[in-house]
Design a protein around this ligand. Structure first.
Ligand code: AMP
Length: 155
């Protein structure tokens, strides 16, 4: 574990932790959290507003937002921790399912501007229902045109 005077740690706190992000304050220990797991790159803690009890958040310790800005090594570690938390929720709660949710931007419902994955244990009778209303394309051409746009924008 690097010491507090380590040059990397000083740079990390000065440039990578964004003091305005509530999750950065949790990482820095300036706000309390109920931790489930941490390593040098990630932190997992209980969501204080769970949609189902056991709802956990997985975040990078550095300030990154949105998903598209995440360095590959950070994202790789995050998704493995998401998988571990999901496995633990299945095991610890005998969950019937797990939702993994990740939102980018206000239009997508994101409230806290620091990359995070929601890992939510689900139960057959947990009472939560997504307001997910499919709106099929009027014409197949429309779907295909959008697929072409996405393909054209892939890097
Ligand atoms: P999102 O809407 O995807 O940005 O989700 C943000 C989540 O952060 C919500 O589910 C909140 O309940 C949760 N949250 C906000 N502040 C805290 C906090 N201090 N500790 C734990 N969870 C938090």
């Amino acid at each position: 574990m690097p010491g507090r005077n380590c040059a990397f740690c000083i740079l990390h706190s000065a440039f990578l932790l964004n003091s305005t992000s509530i999750f950065c304050k949790i990482v820095a220990g300036q706000l309390p959290s109920c931790k489930v797991y941490e390593d040098t790159i990630t932190l997992a803690f209980m969501d204080i507003g769970p949609i189902v009890p056991g709802h956990t958040l997985v975040i990078p310790k550095i300030h990154v937002d949105p998903l598209t800005a995440a360095p590959p090594e950070v994202l790789q570690k995050l998704i493995l921790v998401v998988q571990s938390i999901a496995r633990a929720q299945f095991k610890a709660f005998q969950a019937d399912g797990v939702n993994v949710i990740q939102s980018n931007g206000r239009a997508a419902g994101q409230v806290v501007p620091h990359l995070h994955f929601h890992v939510i244990p689900r139960f057959a009778a947990d009472g939560h229902h997504w307001n997910w209303q499919p709106r099929p394309y009027a014409k197949n051409d429309e779907m295909e045109a959008l697929a072409e746009k996405i393909k054209g924008a892939l890097e």
